[in-house]
Design a protein around this ligand. Structure first.
Ligand code: B12
Ligand code: SF4
Ligand code: SF4
Length: 383
């Protein structure tokens, strides 16, 4: 490798910084020997929930050399998306929806992919080597690789914590056939702290360093396509898209800095949207409202499902009308959560009057179960 590798690395790092990457480190392709076994155990325990693509790609995901046998160096790049204010401030506003920091502007996949392509092009031409770029979309274990490259350490919440930026970093990876000198790995600096584990509203950590996606609000509100299990709904509070609780409490965020990327800075108009307005979005209005942001990926029905859970958790009877308006929505996902929300906000007689006729007419089994619970009809649940 020698001097050529060092010089190439320096030039690459400089270019990557100019393009907008905040931290750039390099790992050898064989640097995550524990990952295959840990990924396998995670999948076998079912912790990937309905994300079948995690299981389907396990072999390639666990080892960069299986994904691309020619790879000689793995470059990990981080973009800081540090917030400017308290990321949990909106949780106290019960009539508002809380959207996680990462989703309060442009979809980071779009932003980072462009930057990765640009800097990978630079490398390919300088080193006359092949390159492949990855951001979240390919089977790559970005976090263990980032730790091996020394970009940060995987905290007990499983996310990468950087000593420069805290845990507000998006990760991207470039695989290359160029031989570049690898950096030193980072070691864990959690010590006896367990703030992230203790704050989780839905107890999604069965043990430190292990996350059960089936209980994680980020999974439930973004990835999960079906109904959200009843016992987890109260813990979701007003988080309508993603969750930042475990990230926000990490003491290493004292080193965090506000993002320098305009496309990733939080848009104030997305921070705390009135639930009453959101509940009225039809499909075209939803698409227009969230165009270009990660939020549009859930589609209108799943998003309104989340909004209705927040309405049900608001304790605000004034919002019951918004939920009642959705009792006849064409989507069973929406109807079911409309029933749950009115069931949480209104007295028994009001629920009975809303259910009259609707319960009898309802053909969807899951929505009928929600009506049965709301109306207190035990035998129907069992049937
Ligand atoms: C699937 C996924 C999810 C799932 C599952 C999360 C998870 N922890 O696996 C869900 C939907 C829940 C999710 C949520 C979020 N995600 Co996500 N997600 C991914 C994705 C696509 C794959 C992650 C993965 O491989 N999981 C499989 C498990 C097995 O891997 P692991 O988490 O690394 O697990 C390790 C530990 O468990 C460890 N381990 C196990 N036992 C032990 C024991 C000891 C002692 C030790 C030390 C370690 C250890 O070994 C495992 C392998 O190394 C990555 C992108 C990518 N391609 O990597 C983004 C990614 C991890 N997500 C990201 C983000 C930003 C989020 C959210 C913050 C979004 C939000 N605000 O809502 C939350 C954070 C929730 C959390 N606490 O993790 C970023 C994280 C950036 C960073 N700084 O690390 C990534 C890297 C995307 C990106 N390109 O930037 N995500
Ligand atoms: S993102 Fe939220 S729900 Fe998921 S593990 Fe972290 S605190 Fe728990
Ligand atoms: S909150 Fe504490 S335990 Fe969790 S990642 Fe940060 S330092 Fe580690």
């Amino acid at each position: 490798m020698g001097r050529n590798g060092e010089a190439l690395k320096r030039a690459f790092v400089e270019r990557a910084r100019q393009i907008g990457f905040d931290t750039i480190r390099i790992a050898a392709p064989d640097s995550i020997p524990l990952a295959p076994e840990r990924l396998k155990a995670w999948l076998e325990a079912g912790r990937h929930a309905s994300m079948d693509w995690m299981a389907d790609t396990a072999e390639r995901r666990a080892d960069p050399r299986v994904l691309w046998p020619d790879v000689r160096s793995v470059i990990l790049l981080g973009v800081n998306y540090g917030p400017t204010g308290d990321p949990l401030a909106t949780l106290a506003k019960k009539d508002r929806g809380s959207i996680s920091i990462y989703a309060r502007n442009r979809d980071y996949h779009d932003v980072i992919k462009g930057k990765l392509k640009e800097v990978a092009g630079f490398l390919a031409s300088r080193a006359s080597s092949d390159v492949k770029v990855f951001v979240d979309t390919a089977p790559v274990m970005e976090k263990p690789l980032a730790e091996a490259a020394g970009l940060g350490f995987q905290g007990k919440h499983t996310v990468i914590v950087s000593r420069e930026f805290g845990n507000w970093l998006f990760l991207g990876a470039i695989f290359t056939t160029a031989e570049l000198p690898a950096d030193e790995p980072e070691r864990n600096h959690c010590g006896s702290c367990r703030r992230c584990l203790d704050i989780c509203p839905t107890n999604a950590f069965p043990a430190p360093f292990q996350l059960d996606a089936r209980r994680c609000i980020s999974y439930l509100t973004i990835e999960h396509k079906g109904h959200i299990p009843e016992e987890l709904r109260p813990g979701i509070g007003n988080r309508i898209f993603g969750c930042d609780d475990c990230l926000a409490v990490c003491p290493w965020n004292k080193f965090a800095q506000a993002s320098r990327e305009a496309k990733l800075m939080q848009r104030d108009d997305l921070a705390a949207l009135p639930l009453a307005d959101l509940a009225r979005l039809d499909d075209p209005a939803f698409r227009t409202r969230f165009s270009g942001t990660p939020i549009k990926r859930t589609g209108r029905d799943r998003f309104i499902r989340n909004v209705l859970i927040a309405i049900g958790n608001s304790g605000d009877a004034a919002l019951a009308d918004e939920a009642a308006r959705l009792l006849d929505d064409p989507s069973p996902l929406v109807r079911a959560m409309a029933v749950w929300a009115v069931g949480r906000l209104l007295p028994r007689e009001a629920i009975a009057s809303l259910g009259a006729g609707r319960f009898e007419r309802e053909e969807d089994a899951d929505v009928r179960v929600e009506w049965s619970r709301a109306l207190g009809i035990q035998e129907e649940v069992a049937a």
